[in-house]
Design a protein around this ligand. Sequence first.
Ligand code: ADP
Length: 509
Amino acid sequence: MGRTIAKISLVLLIIVALPISFYLVREFSALSKNELMVQRVFSTQLESILYSVNQYSENVVKQWSQSLDQPVDPSGNVMQGLVYNIFQNNQSVLAIRFLQLQSNQVEAAFFNHNYQLDNWPPMNQLKRLQDYFKSNYQRIETKTVNDSTLMFYFLTKNRHGEQVCQLMINPKEFVLQTMSPQIQQIAQNLFFISVSDSLSGNTIYSTEENSGLSEATEKAQMWYLPAYKLGIRLKAKTVEELATERTQRDNFTLLGLSIVVILGLLFVIWNIRKEMKLAELKSEFVSNVSHEIRTPLALISMYSETLLMKRLKTEEKQQEYLNTIQQESARLTDIVNRILNFSRLEKNRIKYRFENIDLAQLVPEMLATLKSHLKAAQVDCQFNSEVDEALAYADSEVVKTMLVNLVDNAIKYGADQNKKIDIRLLKKQKAIWVEVEDNGIGIAPKNQKHVFDQFYRVTEGDLAHKAKGSGLGLNLVKRMMKAHGGSVSLRSRLGEGSTFILKFPVKKQ
Ligand code: ADP
């Protein structure tokens, strides 16, 4: 049976558990292909938004450089007007200075916020700028002076020739005042964009309070502010977050489902096991009963044949044969009755006739009818009652059937010699107890909980073959006691004996 169960379990496992685990593993492997594609599209989008922020800063600086590239005297009124305009509109601009390239002399210098300008543009870089300038490209170079100062320098041309224009700005102010309105506009309510110091990671500006570069999903260097980095992130959940959320949700559902399926599987396996065990017990039952019926049938047929042939000489002998035939047919009736009872119980066809009966009277009466049977089995049977009257609400015929069953078992599984059966009647725990005690072989603890199961027989020590039985008797008793609203229990020690206790509810008022 064990192998069959193992096979069935394996097949069920392959059919149900394997596909589930495959699906689970697949689900756990993060993002699906489509989600990855959407993710890529999104990050490209975010990158291009950062690009446009950079583009804007470039436009601003280029506008300055172009407006300062005029064929006028740097210290003249026109230039002063232009510079004034830049200072006026851009608080971040600290100073603007023109250096004549040929003479290496300062031609004009303008200051905003009393700024002290004592830095020079790196002269060795100028050759490169000149080359670009010759091919009509005004290249703008940057140089970080300190935390709060950044220098732009580029070439311009006036009536006297080429000159270097130095434009000093405060980069933080540039971000906060010049760029922030544009960043806000780009971000709208969809993204949050931040500008942070690349080295320290400190946030200079952010469209959202308390959020900086660490939360951005895309980052980019600022073209004109080398010390700063841009960061961007979708305000709503990112594709990755949505996917993770979905995967988690799916996995929880799947886990729950798997648990249900596994529990279902276990239940199915448990049921199959039970059914197989029952089938095994039923087949044992058929062989036991056939065995039990065969002996009395053989005896009856043999004895009646002898009688019919009139081979028996004495009247005494004839009487003995007739007695045996009668006893054996009684045994047969008993077996058949038990099976019929069982089958009726199975189909709920037993009709109980409950009434208030006095067990103190019924039990000794019943024992009296068994007297010859007990004598034949050489059993010393005693009855003791602690009470004079024990009124219970019960069916007297059924009570008799149960007692016969218990007494029969006490004989069958009794001691080899000096068989003793003690029957006691007592009132305990608001019930009437009928105890049937024997000094027989007893029942091992591990078998005690099974003896009331249908078809169950203790098979150890070849007992099943020594004492014939159907494994139905105790199950019948259990069901009948239940119908009485009572119960049956067992106290037993292997090798010392057993006591079966019938607990009846007391008489109904
Ligand atoms: P059976 O027809 O086999 O006697 P029962 O249902 O009456 O069926 O009993 C079930 C099993 O319980 C028996 O096979 C036997 O192993 C055990 N049993 C029942 N009564 C006793 C007893 N008085 N002493 C020891 N074992 C018992």
